[in-house]
Design a protein around this ligand. Sequence first.
Ligand code: ADP
Length: 155
Amino acid sequence: MGRMQITLAILKPDVAVNPHIVYAIDKSILRNKFLIIKRKRLRWPKARAEQFYFQHAQRFFYRRLVEFMSSGPIEALILAKRNAIQDWRLLIGPTKVYKTQHTNPNTIRGQFGLTDTRNAVHGADSEESVHEEVAFFFPEFDVGKWNTKGHYLIP
Ligand code: ADP
């Protein structure tokens, strides 16, 4: 079964600007039995995008990524499910949209992603990333407490 777990998702500006797509992704989230524990709509100043993606600072797409992520609204979500981290990565599909459109057309990126950079959504890739990214968006949210006390029942 796997244990109850949280993950961190981001709806990127290419989809967050469109309420119809946000609605479609929400339906997909719920249909796949994720609970939405917290959500925040915000806009990143460039410096925040740089900070979030600092690990990619040397990559050729870094500037493009930072410009894109600070170009419009984003939504950060804490999602809960058994095996949430892996399940969300599966539901969103591989990073590169041009491939994903063919290999995984039913994933969120396959359906809504536009390019390799403008790929609709983000998903944390490990428990360590979840901790860091939850703290980045929701400093008030205590992951440890949630884990031990089952606070997911009263989000
Ligand atoms: P993921 O978001 O799937 O974990 P990465 O952490 O490798 O992928 O990359 C972070 C983000 O940088 C991607 O979601 C995408 O927006 C962008 N990106 C990654 N690789 C490329 C690429 N080859 N070309 C353009 N943009 C990319």
